[in-house]
Design a protein. Structure first.
Lengths: 116, 113
Protein backbone atom coordinates (compact mmCIF):
# COMPACT_ATOMS: atom_id res chain seq x y z
CA UNK A 1 0.00 0.00 0.00
CA UNK A 2 0.80 3.75 0.04
CA UNK A 3 2.16 3.96 -3.48
CA UNK A 4 2.79 7.31 -5.13
CA UNK A 5 3.61 7.62 -8.80
CA UNK A 6 5.10 10.49 -10.76
CA UNK A 7 5.15 11.15 -14.44
CA UNK A 8 7.37 11.67 -16.28
CA UNK A 9 10.37 10.14 -14.54
CA UNK A 10 12.68 12.36 -16.53
CA UNK A 11 12.24 15.19 -18.99
CA UNK A 12 14.48 17.37 -21.10
CA UNK A 13 13.09 20.66 -22.31
CA UNK A 14 14.32 23.81 -23.95
CA UNK A 15 14.71 27.05 -22.08
CA UNK A 16 11.52 29.09 -22.10
CA UNK A 17 9.13 26.17 -22.37
CA UNK A 18 6.82 24.81 -19.67
CA UNK A 19 6.84 21.37 -18.17
CA UNK A 20 4.06 19.62 -16.27
CA UNK A 21 4.76 16.92 -13.71
CA UNK A 22 2.00 14.69 -12.38
CA UNK A 23 1.85 13.11 -8.95
CA UNK A 24 -0.70 10.42 -8.16
CA UNK A 25 -1.52 8.46 -5.05
CA UNK A 26 -2.41 5.04 -6.43
CA UNK A 27 -3.97 3.20 -3.52
CA UNK A 28 -5.00 5.86 -1.05
CA UNK A 29 -6.61 9.27 -0.90
CA UNK A 30 -4.31 12.18 -0.21
CA UNK A 31 -5.77 15.39 1.13
CA UNK A 32 -2.36 16.95 1.13
CA UNK A 33 0.50 16.59 -1.31
CA UNK A 34 3.90 18.18 -1.11
CA UNK A 35 6.39 19.19 -3.76
CA UNK A 36 10.11 19.11 -3.09
CA UNK A 37 13.18 19.95 -5.09
CA UNK A 38 16.58 18.42 -4.56
CA UNK A 39 19.84 19.53 -6.13
CA UNK A 40 22.75 17.07 -6.35
CA UNK A 41 24.22 16.20 -2.96
CA UNK A 42 21.86 18.57 -1.20
CA UNK A 43 18.93 18.03 1.09
CA UNK A 44 15.25 18.05 0.18
CA UNK A 45 13.79 21.49 -0.13
CA UNK A 46 10.05 21.85 0.35
CA UNK A 47 8.62 24.04 -2.37
CA UNK A 48 4.91 23.99 -1.64
CA UNK A 49 2.05 22.23 0.02
CA UNK A 50 -1.10 21.55 -1.90
CA UNK A 51 -4.48 20.67 -0.53
CA UNK A 52 -7.25 19.23 -2.63
CA UNK A 53 -9.60 21.96 -3.78
CA UNK A 54 -7.65 24.92 -2.45
CA UNK A 55 -4.69 27.04 -3.38
CA UNK A 56 -1.22 25.78 -2.70
CA UNK A 57 0.90 27.22 0.06
CA UNK A 58 4.38 28.11 -1.14
CA UNK A 59 7.51 28.22 0.93
CA UNK A 60 9.41 31.43 1.25
CA UNK A 61 11.47 32.19 -1.83
CA UNK A 62 9.49 29.93 -4.16
CA UNK A 63 7.80 31.83 -7.00
CA UNK A 64 4.18 30.78 -7.18
CA UNK A 65 3.77 32.15 -10.70
CA UNK A 66 6.67 30.08 -11.91
CA UNK A 67 5.77 26.85 -10.16
CA UNK A 68 2.05 26.34 -10.68
CA UNK A 69 0.43 23.70 -8.54
CA UNK A 70 -2.99 22.20 -9.03
CA UNK A 71 -4.51 19.61 -6.71
CA UNK A 72 -7.61 18.68 -8.64
CA UNK A 73 -8.60 15.54 -6.79
CA UNK A 74 -7.71 13.45 -3.77
CA UNK A 75 -5.34 11.40 -5.89
CA UNK A 76 -3.74 13.89 -8.29
CA UNK A 77 -1.56 16.95 -7.98
CA UNK A 78 0.37 18.60 -10.78
CA UNK A 79 3.37 20.90 -10.80
CA UNK A 80 3.97 23.05 -13.86
CA UNK A 81 7.34 24.70 -14.23
CA UNK A 82 6.65 27.69 -16.44
CA UNK A 83 9.23 29.37 -18.65
CA UNK A 84 11.87 26.94 -17.49
CA UNK A 85 15.51 27.99 -17.34
CA UNK A 86 18.68 25.93 -16.90
CA UNK A 87 18.80 26.83 -13.22
CA UNK A 88 15.46 25.03 -12.79
CA UNK A 89 17.16 21.76 -13.67
CA UNK A 90 16.75 19.59 -10.62
CA UNK A 91 15.16 16.49 -9.15
CA UNK A 92 11.51 17.21 -8.35
CA UNK A 93 9.82 14.88 -5.89
CA UNK A 94 6.25 14.81 -4.71
CA UNK A 95 4.90 13.21 -1.60
CA UNK A 96 1.42 12.49 -0.34
CA UNK A 97 -0.09 12.33 3.09
CA UNK A 98 -2.84 9.81 3.59
CA UNK A 99 -6.28 11.13 4.52
CA UNK A 100 -6.56 8.96 7.62
CA UNK A 101 -2.90 8.42 8.19
CA UNK A 102 -0.54 9.44 10.93
CA UNK A 103 1.17 12.31 9.08
CA UNK A 104 3.73 10.13 7.39
CA UNK A 105 4.49 11.14 3.82
CA UNK A 106 4.98 8.71 0.98
CA UNK A 107 7.21 9.85 -1.80
CA UNK A 108 6.91 9.43 -5.52
CA UNK A 109 9.94 8.22 -7.47
CA UNK A 110 10.83 11.74 -8.57
CA UNK A 111 11.17 13.56 -11.87
CA UNK A 112 14.55 14.60 -13.16
CA UNK A 113 14.21 17.84 -15.13
CA UNK A 114 16.95 19.07 -17.42
CA UNK A 115 16.51 22.42 -19.10
CA UNK A 116 18.82 23.07 -22.03
CA UNK B 1 20.10 26.83 14.83
CA UNK B 2 18.64 24.46 12.28
CA UNK B 3 15.27 22.98 13.13
CA UNK B 4 16.41 19.40 12.56
CA UNK B 5 20.08 18.56 12.80
CA UNK B 6 21.94 15.47 11.71
CA UNK B 7 25.60 14.68 11.38
CA UNK B 8 26.30 14.60 7.65
CA UNK B 9 28.72 11.71 7.94
CA UNK B 10 29.77 9.60 6.29
CA UNK B 11 29.24 7.08 9.04
CA UNK B 12 31.25 4.03 8.15
CA UNK B 13 30.48 0.69 9.80
CA UNK B 14 31.55 -2.86 9.02
CA UNK B 15 29.05 -5.38 7.77
CA UNK B 16 27.19 -7.01 10.63
CA UNK B 17 27.74 -4.14 13.05
CA UNK B 18 25.14 -1.82 14.56
CA UNK B 19 24.81 1.55 12.87
CA UNK B 20 23.59 4.37 15.10
CA UNK B 21 22.14 7.46 13.46
CA UNK B 22 21.25 10.51 15.50
CA UNK B 23 18.99 13.51 15.10
CA UNK B 24 18.14 16.49 17.28
CA UNK B 25 15.29 18.93 16.81
CA UNK B 26 14.61 22.41 18.10
CA UNK B 27 10.81 22.58 18.38
CA UNK B 28 10.00 21.16 21.81
CA UNK B 29 6.36 20.77 20.80
CA UNK B 30 7.13 18.46 17.89
CA UNK B 31 4.63 15.67 17.64
CA UNK B 32 5.94 12.89 15.45
CA UNK B 33 9.23 11.72 14.09
CA UNK B 34 10.16 9.87 10.96
CA UNK B 35 13.14 8.12 9.45
CA UNK B 36 13.55 7.91 5.70
CA UNK B 37 16.20 6.20 3.62
CA UNK B 38 17.35 7.70 0.33
CA UNK B 39 19.57 5.89 -2.11
CA UNK B 40 21.64 8.01 -4.46
CA UNK B 41 19.51 9.29 -7.32
CA UNK B 42 16.29 7.94 -5.81
CA UNK B 43 13.50 9.44 -3.75
CA UNK B 44 13.16 8.90 0.00
CA UNK B 45 11.39 5.84 1.34
CA UNK B 46 9.82 5.65 4.76
CA UNK B 47 11.52 3.30 7.21
CA UNK B 48 9.52 3.95 10.35
CA UNK B 49 7.99 6.58 12.57
CA UNK B 50 7.66 7.09 16.30
CA UNK B 51 5.46 9.24 18.53
CA UNK B 52 6.06 8.16 22.08
CA UNK B 53 9.14 8.27 24.23
CA UNK B 54 11.08 5.04 24.23
CA UNK B 55 11.97 2.48 21.63
CA UNK B 56 10.09 1.16 18.64
CA UNK B 57 11.40 -1.87 16.81
CA UNK B 58 10.72 -3.02 13.26
CA UNK B 59 12.88 -5.85 12.04
CA UNK B 60 16.52 -4.75 12.08
CA UNK B 61 15.53 -1.16 12.77
CA UNK B 62 14.92 0.47 16.13
CA UNK B 63 13.84 4.06 16.56
CA UNK B 64 14.47 5.72 19.89
CA UNK B 65 12.81 8.93 21.04
CA UNK B 66 13.64 11.14 23.99
CA UNK B 67 11.43 14.21 23.94
CA UNK B 68 13.01 15.72 27.05
CA UNK B 69 16.37 15.77 25.28
CA UNK B 70 14.78 16.52 21.88
CA UNK B 71 16.62 13.62 20.43
CA UNK B 72 15.65 10.79 18.11
CA UNK B 73 17.86 8.02 16.84
CA UNK B 74 17.78 5.08 14.49
CA UNK B 75 19.67 1.88 15.14
CA UNK B 76 20.30 -0.57 12.34
CA UNK B 77 21.32 -4.02 13.56
CA UNK B 78 23.32 -6.46 11.45
CA UNK B 79 24.15 -3.73 8.94
CA UNK B 80 24.39 -4.82 5.33
CA UNK B 81 26.11 -3.17 2.36
CA UNK B 82 22.60 -2.63 0.95
CA UNK B 83 21.91 -0.34 3.91
CA UNK B 84 24.43 2.12 2.49
CA UNK B 85 22.36 5.23 1.81
CA UNK B 86 21.51 8.64 3.20
CA UNK B 87 19.17 8.54 6.19
CA UNK B 88 16.85 11.49 6.66
CA UNK B 89 15.27 12.42 9.94
CA UNK B 90 11.97 14.31 9.69
CA UNK B 91 9.86 15.98 12.34
CA UNK B 92 6.32 17.28 12.48
CA UNK B 93 6.67 20.61 14.26
CA UNK B 94 4.02 21.87 16.64
CA UNK B 95 3.24 24.83 14.40
CA UNK B 96 3.77 23.07 11.09
CA UNK B 97 0.55 23.93 9.37
CA UNK B 98 -0.78 21.40 6.89
CA UNK B 99 1.28 18.90 8.87
CA UNK B 100 4.38 19.39 6.77
CA UNK B 101 7.57 17.65 7.74
CA UNK B 102 10.82 19.37 8.53
CA UNK B 103 13.74 17.32 7.20
CA UNK B 104 17.29 17.18 8.39
CA UNK B 105 20.08 17.28 5.84
CA UNK B 106 20.66 13.55 6.25
CA UNK B 107 23.46 11.28 7.40
CA UNK B 108 25.30 9.23 4.83
CA UNK B 109 25.87 5.65 5.96
CA UNK B 110 28.48 3.44 4.36
CA UNK B 111 28.51 -0.26 5.29
CA UNK B 112 31.67 -1.95 4.13
CA UNK B 113 32.08 -5.72 3.68
Amino acid sequence: GAVVSQHPSWVICKSGTSVKIECRSLDFQATTMFWYRQFPKQSLMLMATSNEGSKATYEQGVEKDKFLINHASLTLSTLTVTSAHPEDSSFYICSARELLGANEQYFGPGTRLTVT
Amino acid sequence: QKEVEQNSGPLSVPEGAIASLNCTYSDRGSQSFFWYRQYSGKSPELIMFIYSNGDKEDGRFTAQLNKASQYVSLLIRDSQPSDSATYLCAVTPFSGGYNKLIFGAGTRLAVHP
